[in-house]
Design a protein around this ligand. Structure first.
Ligand code: FPP
Ligand code: MG
Length: 292
């Protein structure tokens, strides 16, 4: 199945939830206007969809995963606002429109990103989840975002520019800057559904491999796709000599590696003994089709 067909129902559910959330915020504030602009820009909403699928596969309702999905999308959007800044990747196009700093200026973009971290925390604390579940999600979130996770991944990504890079190093960057957030989607969705530890572990492992495949596919598309199709600048990784899988392995081997990670993700699903694993499997396979 095509990725859009697979995710569209849940994407609508999520977008309605996001719009209701933003409608209750004071958009006369320049900061809120800036983060709402980036949040509303959209994209495929892979992370909230994944959070909902993780919840559903353990018998929970997609609706119940919406606050967790929103918090994760806020963290993701914050990370992209900062990733696009002149000091980092210096990009002016994201999701088909000017990046936050290109539209509102650098100072506003930095602060809008900062604000989103704490908005995300508030969304979790205000959610109707039992306190233990909120705490578990917040704990996992702090771990995947902090100095062992996204921040470290982004730091290595930026500091590895222009240097020789091994596939082990690329994998480590991918795990931290991308896959750990996919792990959080799986953890939060499964935790909200009341999954047992033995079920959550393989689902988080699914998130690891899916995230690794996702970042490999993203970097392959930077070489093979276009600005019009992706809604962001392409060809920049090569121009900036970024630490990507394509640089480490070349295009053909990169595709094979993405397929290998996808297969590893799917192979973990039976261990989770879930009610329904088909949609997670379809999501993984449809992502891979983008570079097949
Ligand atoms: C996009 O990668 C960027 C990321 C996946 C992570 C960005 C992380 C940070 C800015 C660190 C701060 C994060 C937290 C949560 C504290 P890319 O540049 O390869 O993709 P692109 O082509 O879409 O820009
Ligand atoms: Mg970037």
């Amino acid at each position: 199945m095509d990725i859009t067909a697979l995710t569209s129902g849940k994407k609508v559910l999520f977008d309605n939830y996001l719009h209701a959330y933003l409608a209750a915020e004071d958009t006369s504030s320049g900061i809120v206007e800036a983060f709402a602009y980036s949040l509303k820009a959209g994209g495929k909403r892979i992370r909230p969809v994944l959070t909902m699928l993780a919840c559903e596969c353990l018998g929970g309702k997609a609706d119940d995963a919406l606050p967790a999905g929103l918090a994760i999308e806020m963290i993701h959007t914050f990370s992209l606002i900062h990733d696009d800044l002149p000091a980092l990747d210096n990009d002016d196009l994201r999701r088909g429109r000017p990046t936050c700093h290109a539209r509102f200026g650098e100072a506003t973009a930095i602060l809008a990103g900062d604000a989103l971290i704490f908005q995300a925390l508030s969304v979790i604390t205000a959610a109707g989840y039992p306190p233990r579940i909120k705490l578990d999600i917040l704990e996992f979130m702090a771990e995947v975002c902090g100095v062992k996770g996204l921040v470290q991944g982004e730091y290595r990504d930026v500091t590895a520019e222009g240097k020789e890079i091994s596939m082990d190093e690329v994998r480590d960057i991918y795990r931290r800057k991308t896959a750990r957030l996919f792990e959080l989607c799986m953890f939060a969705g499964a935790r909200v559904a009341g999954g047992a530890r033995e079920q959550i572990e393989p689902l988080v492992g699914f998130g690891t491999y899916l995230g690794l495949a996702f970042q490999a596919i993203d970097d392959i598309l930077d070489v093979t796709s276009s600005r019009e199709v992706l809604g962001k600048t392409t060809g920049k990784d090569l121009a900036q000599d970024k630490a990507t899988i394509v640089k480490a392995l070349g295009l053909k081997e990169s595709r094979r590696w993405a397929r290998d990670m996808t297969e590893k993700a799917v192979a973990l699903l039976p261990a989770a003994h879930v009610v329904r694993a088909e949609d997670l499997k379809e999501l993984a396979l449809s992502m891979l089709k983008r570079v097949a």
